[in-house]
Design a protein around this ligand. Sequence first.
Ligand code: TYD
Length: 232
Amino acid sequence: MSPAESRTAESSPAGSTSGSPPGRAPAAAFVTFEGVDGAGKSTQLARLAEALREAGREVVVTREPGGSPGAEEIRRLLVEGEAHRWSPETEILLFTAARRDHVERVIQPALRRGAVVLCDRFADSTRAYQGAGDAARRALVDRLHETIIGIEPGLTLILDLDPADGLARASERAGAEDRFERKGAGFQQALRREFHRLAEANPGRCVLIDATGDPDTVAARILAVAEARGLL
Ligand code: TYD
């Protein structure tokens, strides 16, 4: 085990002003949901939250980009406006700034009190959306994660389905938050491949969930994983 891995998410102070990452992972009770746009993450996250609460766990449901007041302000800069509003590097810095605030102010305090944290997207989204297909950018994402964020989830559920089906679901939702969805079908296919690669590279943390079928069927697949991981 490396020195980084031997430190736990609970062992460093939240809101640290020292410049060090706010925590070190893996944090067993930190669960993230990932996938292409419209894969059904929000629905499934709510279903798992309900099951955990019924089992008597305190559950904190949160999302990225956003999840804390400051990070929600940064979210608006990121998800609205035209597709090429930011340079790729600026975009990576904005996602990382939002994540640092979210980890310091919401995720670490919740884990420290013993809550289960369910987060709709986290660092794997930056690895996939900002890092796919460009080795230099992916290296920047990884370096920033290591120095500024540090924490990894104990479990990442990657909801997997054909992006064409995901985009159809996503476009049924009205709203201005479509900056990434507007990047098109080819981009979504590349994202799916990147999520598959992340799952292969992190078999202990990531589980691919077949996201086809009705919500009850997908929820049952997720509950089986949560039970196997001792969350329920
Ligand atoms: P989200 O609200 O989860 O959208 P959806 O419900 O459609 O999946 O995320 C907003 C968008 O931000 C989404 O298109 C993915 C993108 N995103 C990134 O590009 N990088 C990131 O690090 C994160 C967290 C999200």
